[in-house]
Design a protein around this ligand. Structure first.
Ligand code: PBG
Length: 331
């Protein structure tokens, strides 16, 4: 009998179990998405995403304070999304110049400095009247050159107001190159976290209500990856790294763990995954209905991301996870 078959001995003690873990979750692994608006004092819960709010740019500093100024695991990084009213939008997305992200960045930077990493989502879908992620030609297809220059200008503007990380989610070909170029020309030396391997997904449903950014016609199949494709996801990440991306992302996360592992085995940059709004809603509602245990399922999903190879995790469960990490240290 081969004695190596008796492996349950090797994980009976909790400390031994931790030896089997690729790594354990830390607060620096987590990024919390935050939605800001131009109604300065607004705080309203997002119906499709319970526990998540629209915050006015004057409100966001104080709302985050309890998560940032606490002992033990704390909020270390956020991803800012600007949310406009329909009348504030413009056909080419020029309304990014009045994005609530700009005053929010200024306030957060002066309140928290280096304590909080400010990532900004870069995309035109929240700013264009039609809700597509780029500038359109008359026939409704993407105007690539204009989209690239708008995205580069938006990135520089947000960087000049305090962004620490530029995260383009628009999926326009070549945008990482143009963004990096524009930043370097202004001597701005901050990293790019590219939403490189972003699939066209029905898991974004609740977010489009939150960001008020559903396309008015058509869908995003022309610029988001087909969900059955493995090769395109890898090629897109390799291309974005070549164009200057410092970190790459897989999005959504749970249905694409294989892609996270493929990238881990292929690229030499840290990998991020985004547990998107539909994944959040699915777990939240299943737990509400008594079908699953919220805490256990969320923690298991985190273990899946770490095991697959992600070191950066964007998740709406971040506030709860900070509590649970603290508990695990005391147990
Ligand atoms: C913007 C963007 C989207 C998400 C993040 N950035 C929506 C989309 O691409 O349709 C989705 C995030 C989520 O569902 O939580 N392009």
């Amino acid at each position: 009998m081969d004695r190596s078959h008796y492996f349950h001995n090797s994980y009976r003690h909790p400390v031994c179990r931790s030896w089997h873990s690729s790594s354990s979750l830390k607060d620096t692994n987590l990024i919390l998405p935050i939605f800001v608006t131009n109604t300065p004092d607004q705080k309203s819960e997002i119906a499709s995403m319970p526990g998540n709010f629209h915050y006015g740019y004057d409100r966001v500093v104080e709302e985050l304070r309890p998560l940032i100024e606490r002992t033990g695991p704390r909020l270390r990084a956020i991803m800012l999304f600007g949310v406009l009213q329909p009348h504030e939008k413009e056909i080419k997305g020029n309304s990014f110049k009045n994005s609530p992200v700009i005053p929010a960045l200024e306030r957060l930077k002066s309140a928290y400095g280096q304590k909080l990493l400010l990532c900004v989502d870069i995309c035109l879908c929240g700013y264009t009247t039609h809700g597509h992620c780029g500038v359109l030609l008359e026939d409704g297809t993407i105007n690539l050159a204009e989209s690239q220059s708008q995205l580069a200008e938006m990135s520089v503007l947000f960087a000049q107001h305090g962004a620490d990380v530029i995260a383009p989610s628009d999926m326009m070909d070549g945008r990482v190159f143009y963004i990096k170029e524009a930043l370097l020309q202004k001597q701005i030396f901050i990293p790019i976290l590219s939403y490189s391997s972003k699939f066209k997904s029905s898991f974004y449903g609740p977010f489009r209500d939150a960001a008020n950014s559903a396309p008015a016609f058509g869908d995003r199949a022309a610029y988001q990856l087909p969900s059955a494709s493995r090769e395109l996801a890898i090629r897109a990440a390799l291309r974005d790294i070549e164009e200057g991306a410092d970190f790459v992302m897989v999005k959504p996360a749970m249905p694409y763990l294989d892609i996270i592992r493929d990238l881990k085995n292929t690229v030499q940059v840290p990998i991020c995954c985004y547990q998107v709004s539909g994944e959040f809603a699915m777990i939240y509602h299943a737990a509400q209905a008594g079908g699953i245990n919220l805490k256990e399922v969320v923690l298991e999903s985190m273990q899946g991301f770490l095991r697959a190879g992600a070191q950066i995790i964007i998740t709406y469960f971040t506030p709860s996870l900070l509590d649970w990490i603290a508990e695990s240290y005391n147990s």
